[in-house]
Design a protein around this ligand. Structure first.
Ligand code: GLU
Length: 467
């Protein structure tokens, strides 16, 4: 069987949008699941709108998602000679011709078509003039006016187009730049692309592209048009429905695993399964299970999936993802195993890494910052004895297992006659600065003997200072 070669060809005119990322993911997964190749191509012939920043933003987003490519990145702007060669082939075979109709004239024809309720079409003025190349001339494709074109779509089934709807479209502008449909076909042919999975907003381009393949005598790729993603209100996805840029999710503390999982489920399913990691996806992905109805982007679902991925990720992995959020808060991380242990106490209570970073601060501060109300309520004279008894008990412990700690707290309860909760709250404030935190035994274990004793002693000093 021929090796599957797919591609992702973004236009670098902004950030990588979640819809574009889904297209990239489907093509990547298909290639990976079939031991194929995945090509990255930057469609930057629209010089006025393409920017280097957008190209970098696309790379950054793909890199974060872990979508890697085997060939490329190819830049259309560096392939102009290839397009010229193919333009010449089409002209030589009489499948294309030069046209010098003025934009004003084209506009007039268009307006009169629309006024008559017809599809706007070029009227063919230059079709048989056999004009030579000139400064103002565009190149048009000589399209078939009769019959039909069937797009055999592996997702949607056969889609029929009347050729009479397709006019002699422009394939090269007067400045020599290729037009989208033409450049895509030349690239897909020369890059050996045999599978094109893309958003169904491109369906109407496909018969034009098929016509170009035929005129060039090349085999068609397999096409699959993926239904669009809509917002909850069933309108085209936009900023109103939540952040649209992939890297915005990175910045908001999403795990790339969660976004990948969420994106693949926008259109693809595997029974009732909801939770997927990349390796399962590579095993399970097939085009057959891409649905035909539009999917709905639901940012709450994505958030809850993020919480699930944070919960499920190995702690070492969570620590790696968490580190930049702490560095952003000017916390330097030197001990990754301490950070993993910290993550282990927060991963069931954090929906995002940003939230986890906030929750992790108390572990990492060299001095606990007391919440004012918490300190007023719990770090009072009546807590002094119980904290100092606890220090004595903990100092004697070799290790801070749950059992050892329970034993130590029990002794303090016996000595003071206080219930567990009455002891735990001042201890919590002494160790974390707050009244809400992960379980007290967990915290003590993770902080370790040195930090715990130091913090409890500092709390005693604080209480003393308020006498
Ligand atoms: N550059 C086009 C886009 O970003 C690619 C379309 C295609 O896959 O052919 O929409």
């Amino acid at each position: 069987m021929e090796q599957i070669i797919t591609r992702f060809p973004p236009s670098p005119t902004g950030y990588l949008h979640v819809g574009g990322a889904r297209t990239a993911l489907f093509n990547w997964l298909y290639a990976r699941s079939k031991n194929g190749r995945f090509v990255l191509r930057i469609e930057d012939t629209d010089i006025a709108r393409s920017t280097k920043e957008s190209v970098d933003a696309i790379f950054k987003a793909l890199d974060w998602l872990g979508i890697d490519w085997d060939d490329g990145p190819f830049y259309q702007s560096e392939r102009l000679d290839i397009y010229k060669e193919y333009i010449q082939k089409l002209i030589d075979s009489d499948n294309a011709y030069y046209c010098t109709c003025s934009p004003e004239k084209i506009k007039r024809v268009r307006e009169s078509n629309i006024a008559l309720g017809q599809t706007p079409k070029y009227d063919g003025t230059c079709r048989d003039k056999r004009l030579k190349k000139s400064d103002k001339a565009v190149v048009r494709f000589r399209a078939d006016n009769f019959g039909t074109t069937i797009v055999e779509d592996i997702i949607k089934g056969n889609i029929l187009f009347q050729n009479s709807e397709i006019d002699d479209f422009i394939i090269q502008r007067s400045d020599g730049m290729p037009m989208y449909n033409f450049a895509v076909v030349v690239d897909d042919i020369t890059m050996g692309i045999n599978t094109v999975l893309r958003g169904d907003d491109h369906v109407s381009n496909t018969p034009k592209q098929i016509a170009l393949y035929r005129a060039l005598g090349c085999l068609l790729p397999v096409y699959g048009h993926v239904p669009m993603v809509f917002g909850k209100d069933r309108t085209r996805l936009s900023k109103r429905h939540g952040a649209m840029s992939v890297t915005a999710y990175k910045d908001m503390g999403y795990m790339p695993e969660a976004l990948i999982n969420y994106l693949v489920r926008l259109g693809w399913s595997h029974g009732d399964d909801e939770f997927f990691l990349k390796d399962d996806l590579i095993k399970k992905f097939n085009i057959k299970n891409i649905g035909i109805s539009p999917s709905i982007f639901d940012s709450e679902k994505l958030l809850s999936l993020n919480a699930d991925h944070i919960k499920a990720a190995p702690l070492e992995r969570t620590a790696i993802c968490l580190k930049p959020f702490l560095e952003e808060k000017n916390v330097e991380i030197t001990d990754m195993s301490y950070l993993s242990a910290i993550a282990g106490t927060l991963n069931k209570r954090s929906k995002t890494l940003l939230e986890m970073a906030d929750g992790a601060m108390f572990y990492l501060e060299s001095k606990v910052v007391y919440d004012k109300k918490a300190a007023e309520k719990f770090l009072k004279l009546n807590a002094y004895d119980c904290l100092s008894f606890l220090i004595d008990q903990l100092k004697q412990l070799e290790s801070f297992t749950q059992e050892n700690q329970e034993e130590a707290f029990k002794k303090v309860m016996d000595m003071t006659g206080l219930k567990f909760g009455k002891i735990a709250q001042p201890v919590r404030v002494a160790l974390t600065g707050k009244t809400v935190s992960p379980g007290i035994f967990e915290i003590i274990e993770v902080l370790g003997k040195e930090r715990v004793i130091k913090r409890l002693e500092e709390a005693l000093l604080y209480i003393d200072s308020k006498r």
